[in-house]
Design a binder for this molecule. Sequence first.
Ligand SMILES: [Mg+2]
Ligand SMILES: [Zn+2]
Length: 186
Amino acid sequence: MNEKIKAVFLDRDGTVIHEKPGTYLSDPAKVKPYQSAKAAFQLLKKYGFKLFIVSNQSGIGRGYFTEKEVNAVHARMLKLLKPAVIEEIVFCPHAPEQNCSCRKPKPQLGLRLIKKYRINPKQSYMIGDKKADVEFGHALGFKSVLVTTANGKNHLKKYPDLTPEKVASNLLNAARFIVQDCRSSL
Ligand SMILES: [Mg+2]
Ligand SMILES: [Zn+2]
């Protein structure tokens, strides 16, 4: 039996890169990672976490942009995040009303990564700025961290029943919680 890896799954918009709520990003020139992203990823790497991005890109299903444009945004993002390594980026291209089986909080995209990379859910975490991200993490058996960037603050207020294991003010503080938590649960 191979040893299973531990992972951090990340939401993209409003978590790793800046998001103007209510707008859809399709221009690679407008990609702007949060200032703390590189330090956060460096810290997580040091503690042996592999990083993945799981994103809902309903702008494709709504006809606002194409999958090709999303891939161009991702290429730009990965370049800006260097030397951090993101193992894989997966996304749901559907609009909510298409009722697909891959839009967060549905777990399908995450389950696929867990299987492909032999990820141990008990040692893994999800970071995101929305209710759907918190629920997605829990559906996978991960712990969830809600960052209060972008939509985070609103969702925390709007959904008082939401139970992330941690609320963090940004990505770096989310990473700090994770490395502390993983050591204390050894
Ligand atoms: Mg988001
Ligand atoms: Zn989908």
